[in-house]
Design a protein around this ligand. Sequence first.
Ligand code: SF4
Ligand code: SF4
Length: 205
Amino acid sequence: MDAKTCLQKLQYVGVLAFATVDEYGNPQIRNISAIHYEPDAMYFFTARGKNFCKELLADGRVQILGYTKYKEMIRLSAKAEPVEEEKQEHWINTIFDEQPYLLNVYPDDTRKLAGIVFRITDGEIEYFNLGVNPIFRGNYTIGGGNISFKGYQIMDACVGCGNCVQNCPQHCIKEGKPYKIEQEHCLHCGNCHKVCPVKAVERIG
Ligand code: SF4
Ligand code: SF4
């Protein structure tokens, strides 16, 4: 798995959930399909009059979520920025050529007045596949995105009692000094954290 493949999978999903935060700090979520994909970037169309556009222009932070029929969750956390004015028409036309239904929504030249295209070139992708055994997760970046580690980690205080191993649903804790979690197979369920008698399992992120 890699970032490019994750973007391809999002393209196959087609309609993605875009989450933003409004001016009052409330979560807002929309389904967007007017998207053009590059191997390492994403361009999407919305209307300048929508609150979605207002939130993107004010803050820019967005989380984009897709879920495949194979039980793969792909989440892109990024900052969206409007494409330069002189390139807006090019990207609007590109997206309309790829998504003919949009002509039904914005016929003739109405798209030029109403529309705006944002791009995402830097971001973090979380990939989580519940359809394989053991489950698999990975973190990838596009552009200058950063990976923020989340989950659980076993520290040196581990005394090797094995409680965590017995209660791990994915059998992804291996013996050692200290014991070690195979991060790519961890659910982040927290069982190991709960059962450790010496509090050697730390939550991170
Ligand atoms: S968080 Fe859950 S899945 Fe991950 S290592 Fe701990 S018990 Fe196992
Ligand atoms: S439960 Fe805690 S002390 Fe026991 S093996 Fe796991 S991490 Fe180590």
